[in-house]
Design a binder for this molecule. Structure first.
Ligand code: SF4
Length: 164
C-alpha cells in the first residue's frame, strides 16, 4: 500500500489559484507521485469560491483571524473555508501527510502574513485550513513545499512516510 499524501492542488498543477494559475512542484509531480498516492486539496475551490477570484488576506479581528478580501474587506470567506475543512475530515483521516502551499491565506503553514484591520503587518501565522489541520490533527505530518527544496529534506520526508 502506498502512503496517501494530501497536497495543495495548485502544487499538482491544477489551475485553482485566485489568479487562475497553478504552482506546479516538479519533485512532487514527478518523484513523489510514483511512490505515494497524492490527494489534491484546495480549500478555497472546495468551499465554492470561483476561479479566478478576488484575493484575500488574513486579518486579526476581535473574535479571531478572518480571511477578508484585499480590495473589499467586507468580503469574509472565513466561514466557508472552515466549513469545507470540517467537511473534509473523512478524506484527511486517510492521509499520512499533507504538503501545503506556502504563504497562502488558506494553506500556508506559519508563513502567512497576518494584518491588523488597518493593514499593518503583525507577523506570520497559518492559513485557515492549515490551522485547522494543526489543531485537529496534531499527529499528522504537515509541511510546506518550501520544506522540500533540499535533497536531504526530501529524503527525510520519504523516510517519514516509510519509503527509503
Ligand atoms: S487554497 Fe491552497 S490549494 Fe487552493 S489555490 Fe490556494 S494555496 Fe493552492
Amino acid at each position: 500500500m502506498k502512503p496517501r499524501v494530501g497536497v495543495s492542488a495548485c502544487l499538482l498543477g491544477e489551475p485553482v489559484r485566485y489568479d487562475g494559475q497553478s504552482k506546479p512542484h516538479e519533485w512532487i509531480r514527478q518523484v513523489l507521485a510514483d511512490v505515494a498516492d497524492l490527494v489534491p486539496l484546495c480549500p478555497e475551490v472546495g468551499a465554492g469560491l470561483p476561479v479566478p477570484r478576488p484575493p484575500v488576506r488574513l486579518v486579526k479581528l476581535e473574535d479571531g483571524i478572518h480571511a477578508l478580501g484585499v480590495e473589499d474587506p467586507g468580503r469574509d470567506v472565513t466561514g466557508v473555508i472552515e466549513q469545507w475543512s470540517r467537511s473534509a475530515r473523512s478524506l484527511i483521516d486517510e492521509l499520512q501527510a499533507v504538503i501545503l502551499k506556502s504563504k497562502s491565506p488558506s494553506c500556508g503553514l506559519r508563513s502567512v502574513p497576518l494584518h491588523s484591520p488597518k493593514g499593518e503587518e503583525l507577523g506570520r501565522t497559518s492559513g485557515l485550513f492549515a490551522a485547522f489541520l494543526q489543531q485537529e490533527y496534531p499527529a499528522l505530518l504537515l509541511l510546506e513545499e518550501t520544506g522540500l527544496e533540499l535533497a536531504e529534506a526530501r529524503a527525510a520526508f520519504l523516510h517519514a512516510l516509510g519509503i527509503d
